[in-house]
Design a protein around this ligand. Sequence first.
Ligand SMILES: [Zn+2]
Length: 103
Amino acid sequence: MRRVQASMPAREVQLARSVFREVNERIRALAERWGDVEERDFLCECGRRDCREAVSLTVDEYDIVRAEGAGRFLVAARHAAERAENVIVRNGRFCVVQPRSKS
Ligand SMILES: [Zn+2]
């Protein structure tokens, strides 16, 4: 389910983000199956074409990112686009961001 709004990031960025999120969901599923409690490398979901940044999170931390549904993204600490996104969580390793909609 995807709502299209004029304020959404460029289509290309959106597509990249959804692909990276899908990969992260699989990383999470594997971590759970293997009972990992250590941090694992997830992918930055900033959607920039050249971004290959890994972000270390525990499964519990990852679940916090996803707790509010599909509107939030996991990005590397320096990859938050603060002009267009609200930063919900920020620490030394990662940020959780929510794209702002213009109204
Ligand atoms: Zn990034």
